[in-house]
Design a protein around this ligand. Structure first.
Ligand code: NDP
Length: 450
């Protein structure tokens, strides 16, 4: 690694010693941009890496709310406005007990690269709370969202910062958040949040976008490597939330056989192919556990998760799509997948593979569609939602889906071109990082020392 990169990494480690996820995300990017730094020694004098790895602003706030028993609860809220170089800050909100500053910073950092890859004018941010939405009543969710937005509204706006959903934040939460924002501001600011309901400014195809986009990217990657396709391939998908469900839908549409999905408790394996209508009923309607799939398909198997190594990665598959959370594919899981003949990994979740797992896949010739590129379809479609709000206009499902598809094809091309420029073969992990970094560094230089 270059001396400049090593020095910056050391300083970042010293300054952020208690933030392992953030350090992992930074290390993963800096390791891969070595050839760009070698080609551009001027970046060191301009302190490009030091500036890019320091968030523009970190906001934390108290979120008090009253539960159904009249008890007062206090959670911590976050918004990390990481980098507004190329547009309003943009990135999701995560409600999960695991949320802390390290996880928010890793997600915000990744978001600036992802958003740059979309080719659309959006900066990077992330936010959320350590609030656990599981087992809460609708009214508790509403009261929490209202309290969260009462503070967050000071910091966001359609041209300032535009949050969206992420783990634990779906259409219901966005509705409550938007309602409270509108009530306080007393004006139409439709573009302040994305992932809205279709009745009040949402975009068709936003719900499907991240999962569909992941499969469009996968399709391009397979095509570019020996003219392969998804037709007839076996697929396993972790998670059964927004990203996982629509990745499954598009994979099935393209002729793949999805045999397993999961939630945080365990996974189901259905050798006849997953019945997605049942998954949607359990997860989108009943908000139940994936184990309940067995009520509909007695021949399927349920395997409980008992350690950090998820049982879903022990199932034989051609393509694995981690679509749940960070570091869900450990090195042990990666070895199991390779042993079972996996040919491609598509990262629907953010940073789902440990660095050692990604390195192992690449070493073994497994294709890796990296999260920053492969799951960028969600935020890209959010940007299309913002445009529709500004135009006071709605596009059809087909129009948005076509735009999404074109964006994903283009992201794949940019990643591939960077691989060609720097002789990286089919290491799209490095290719995507380099394509995004190059764009961000140029914008940074143009805007002076800020
Ligand atoms: P959802 O909340 O809709 O679904 C998350 C799914 O992952 C659930 O099935 C959940 O299971 C499972 N999960 C969560 N935490 C864990 C864990 N620690 N171990 C195992 N499984 C877990 O979230 P999304 O589908 O929106 O997001 C999934 C991933 O995709 C995240 O990494 C997110 O950052 C990323 N992403 C999302 C985008 C979007 O548009 N929504 C855009 C780009 C990236 P359970 O119900 O049991 O908790």
């Amino acid at each position: 690694m270059s001396e400049y990169i090593e020095n910056v990494l050391r300083q970042i480690k010293e300054k952020n010693i208690n933030e392992p996820e953030y350090l992992q995300a930074v290390e993963e990017v800096l390791k891969t941009i070595k050839p760009v730094i070698a080609k551009h020694p001027e970046y060191q004098n301009l302190a490009i890496l030091e500036r890019m790895t320091e968030p523009e602003r970190i906001i934390t706030f108290r979120v008090p709310w009253v539960d159904d028993n009249g008890k007062i609860n206090v959670n911590r809220g976050y918004r990390i406005q990481f980098n507004g170089l190329i547009g309003p800050y943009k990135g999701g909100l995560r409600f999960d007990p695991s949320v802390n500053q390290s996880i928010m910073k890793f997600l915000g950092f990744e978001q600036i690269f992802k958003n740059a890859l979309t080719g659309l004018p959006i900066g990077g941010a992330k936010g959320g709370s350590d609030f656990d939405p599981k087992h809460k009543s609708d009214m508790e969710i509403m009261r929490f969202c209202q309290s969260f937005m009462t503070e967050l509204q000071r910091h966001i706006g359609p041209d300032v910062d535009v949050p969206a959903g992420d783990i634990g934040v779906g259409a219901r939460e966005i509705g409550y958040l938007y309602g409270q924002y509108r009530r306080i501001k007393d004006r139409y600011d439709g573009g302040v949040l994305t992932g809205k309901g279709l009745e009040y400014g949402g975009s068709l195809a936003r719900t499907e976008a991240t999962g569909y986009g992941l499969i469009y990217f996968m399709r391009e990657m397979l095509k570019a490597n020996g003219g392969q396709s998804l037709e007839g391939k076996t697929v396993t998908i972790s998670g059964s939330g927004n990203v996982a469900i629509y990745a499954c839908e598009k994979a099935q549409m393209l002729g793949a056989k999805v045999v397993a999905m999961s939630d945080s408790n365990g996974c189901i394996y259905d050798e006849n192919g997953i019945d997605l209508a049942v998954i949607k009923q359990i997860k989108e309607v009943e908000r139940g556990r994936i184990k309940e799939y067995l009520k509909y398909h007695q021949n399927a198997k349920y395997i409980e998760k008992t350690s950090a190594d998820s049982p879903i990665w022990e199932i034989k598959t051609d393509i694995a799509l981690p679509c749940a959370t960070q570091n869900e594919v450990t090195l042990i899981s990666a070895k199991k997948l390779v042993e079972n003949g996996v040919i491609a990994i598509g990262e629907g979740a953010n940073m789902p593979c440990e660095i050692a797992a990604t390195e192992y896949f690449l070493e073994k010739g497994v294709l890796v569609a990296p999260a920053k590129a492969a799951n960028a379809g969600g935020v890209a479609t959010s940007a299309i939602e913002m445009s529709q709000n500004s135009m006071r206009y709605y596009l059809s499902f087909e129009q948005v889906d076509n735009m999404l598809e074109a964006i994903m094809v283009n992201i794949f091309k940019s990643s591939q071109e960077a691989c060609e420029t720097y002789n990286l073969g089919n290491n799209y992990v490095a290719g995507a990082n380099i394509a995004a970094f190059t764009k961000l560094a140029k914008a940074m230089i143009a805007q002076g020392i800020i």
